[in-house]
Design a protein around this ligand. Structure first.
Ligand SMILES: Cc1ncc(C[n+]2csc(CCOP(=O)(O)OP(=O)(O)O)c2C)c(N)n1
Ligand SMILES: [Mg+2]
Length: 572
């Protein structure tokens, strides 16, 4: 093994790290959520150098857990539609970010995930192994931990390829359908002299969402033209900026009702006359034509199936959802492309709709909408006085209290049927992958991307604990991100309890007073933890106290520029 001393004196200015940071900045990557280790030394040095020079760099955001770093990046990316970066510590940091990466991948959020790579050399080069950990942290295939999740992965091997690698990484993450990519950065390569020159603008343009095939559009239009009971089920048509308006226009013109099943992105204003809630089972058995639009699970086969002879169209960026190993929904016509282009193309192919058909459909939809409104009102009325607090009442109160353009991040408990969302980019649901611990970080990242907007996260107590609450409070205080965390606290993993009951209705666990692995007794007072961390905290137990408590939290956030937590003691 050779001594490192000579190598450590080599030229630092103009390193690969400095060029890398400048490149990211020039490619629109304006923030790095970082959780550091020994692999960061060249980057930390480069930040200091570039700062002295007054050169633009991505905003460094320190985050004390990797899963939180990814969830913050997720929130930042979903609001800004830019590509944020995450940098974590080698193999171990990568291990901690896998869950967050899976959530982002399933929801098509583009993120440049990066990690250091344990120094490759045992001496003789700047950056070579100089810590005990540098042996055991090395892995044969560090990226293997998330290769199935990311769209692309690579390891930076030399200064010469830096620009190519960065442009490739960022453009693939930003290409539709978007998703995270992963780049590992060996310490010695980061410390090398940088490339002679870099192009000031990106050399690779990302692929935008495409237009659907005209012949398939014609085939879909032929199915739709005479349908008496057509239905759109969507989860994510509203992810792109054009989505919500396109769904609204199409639904209105052709009188097609829309159900948003487990939406992660709002695809239709809740007041729209064609909005029919969140439960596919309400209309799937009646529909003669179903368009599953950006929708991984258009209905749950155990709850409802389409009627005999119903025709099915799957439409969206990846309409057969090729990232899901098995998925057996029939598809008579499959339309690949941007959801707005699909709907606009379908409208053009259909031409002017028949007034009689549209009137009949409208009548059918109106009947269902009235029934839905009645049900919602009845549930809300009972919920308003229910103690412990009912999620429907909490959802209604949150909806009433929020700004019209507030960003609401929902990890489990907000009931969309009891809330109003009129604008695009205001409602975000937890990923289809449902890796818990997403919502609090996503809210913080959203606030960083849109500091002028009110941001509210609605979280189960379980979901909040998965988010690493102390790291969440710390990030909120450190980066001055005044968000409201509403923790729906039933001291349970109620979902686990309910699924066990549903699977074994007559089983021993259902008959017992207490199922194992479902109760979360002795939870700390979340509001006190928030206060101790510099935020504002309240606990609320009575339904009648909820509106004022929410209002006080929102007020403190606004006036004192600090985050708040409302611990809502609610029903299991
Ligand atoms: C990372 C991760 N671990 C475990 C689960 C399994 N899981 C699904 S729902 C749930 C309980 C959620 O509890 P909470 O947020 O309190 O909501 P509640 O069910 O009580 O309404 C769990 C543990 C998961 N989805 N993700
Ligand atoms: Mg719970």
């Amino acid at each position: 093994m050779r001594s490192d001393k000579a190598a450590s004196k080599s030229k630092k200015r103009g390193s690969v790290s400095a060029a890398y940071l400048s490149l990211l900045s020039s490619r629109g990557v304006d923030v790095i959520f970082g959780n550091a280790g020994t692999d960061f030394s060249p980057l930390i040095e480069a930040y200091a150098e570039l700062e002295q020079q007054g050169s633009p760099v991505p905003l460094p955001i320190t985050v004390t857990h990797e899963n939180l770093a990814v969830t913050m990046a997720h929130g930042y990316g979903m609001i800004s539609r830019r590509i944020p970066a995450v940098m974590v510590h080698v193999s171990v940091g990568t291990a901690n970010l896998v869950c967050g990466a899976m959530n982002a991948a399933r929801e098509n959020v583009g993120i440049l995930l990066t990690a250091g790579r344990t120094p490759l050399t045992e001496g003789g080069r700047l950056g070579a192994r100089d810590g005990y950990i540098h042996w055991a942290q090395e892995m044969y295939d560090q990226a293997g931990m998330l290769r199935e999740i990311v769209k692309w992965d690579y390891e930076l091997r030399s200064a010469d390829q830096l620009e190519t690698v960065v442009d490739r990484a960022v453009s693939i993450a930003a290409s539709e359908p978007r998703g995270p990519v992963y780049l590992s950065l060996p310490r010695e390569v980061l410390a090398e002299d940088g490339p002679a020159a870099i192009s000031p603008t990106p050399r690779v343009a990302p692929t935008p969402a495409g237009a659907p095939d005209p012949a398939s559009l014609e085939a879909a239009a032929r199915l739709l033209v005479g349908a008496k009971r057509p239905l759109i089920v969507t989860c994510n048509a509203g992810r792109l900026p054009s989505g919500l308006a396109a769904v609204a226009a199409f639904a209105e013109r052709h009188a097609v009702p829309v159900i948003q099943h487990k939406p992660r992105y709002l695809s239709l204003a809740t007041s729209h006359s064609m909005y029919l809630g969140t439960e596919p089972k309400r209309l799937v058995p009646e529909a003669d034509l179903i368009i599953a639009l950006e929708c991984d699970v258009p209905w749950m086969p155990v709850q409802a199936v389409p009627r005999e002879g119903a025709r099915i169209i799957h439409a969206g960026m990846d309409p057969l959802h090729t990232g899901i190993p098995i998925r057996g929904y029939a598809s008579d016509v499959t339309l690949a492309g941007d959801p707005a282009l699909i709907l606009d193309g379908l409208s053009a192919a259909l031409g002017a709709p028949s007034a009689a058909i549209v009137a009949a459909r409208r009548k059918w939809v109106e009947g269902h909408r009235r029934a839905l409104e009645k049900e919602v009102a009845a549930v809300r009325k009972a919920a308003a006085t229910s103690s412990p607090i009912h999620a429907a009442w909490a959802s209604h109160c949150i909806s009433e209290a929020k700004d019209r353009d507030a960003i609401v991040v929902n990890e489990y408990t907000l009931m969309l049927d009891h809330a109003q969302f009129e604008e695009p980019d205001c409602y975000y649901g937890s990923s289809a992958a449902s890796g818990l611990g997403w919502g609090a970080g996503a809210a913080l990242g959203a606030k960083l991307a849109a500091p002028e907007r009110q941001v509210i996260a609605v979280l189960g107590d379980g979901a909040f604990l998965f988010a690493n609450p102390l790291a969440v409070h710390h990030a909120a205080a450190l980066h001055e991100l005044p968000v409201l965390l509403i923790v729906m606290n039933n001291s349970m993993w109620a979902a686990v309890h309910h699924f066990t009951r549903a699977m074994y209705p007559e089983g021993a666990a259902s008959k017992s007073n207490r199922q194992v692995f479902t109760h979360l007794d002795k939870l700390p007072p979340f509001e006190d933890v928030c206060r101790a961390a510099g935020g504002y905290g309240e606990r609320v137990e009575r339904p009648e106290d909820l509106p004022a408590a929410i209002a006080r939290c929102l007020q403190v956030m606004k006036k004192e520029n600090r985050h708040a937590l409302l611990n809502v003691i609610c029903r299991a």
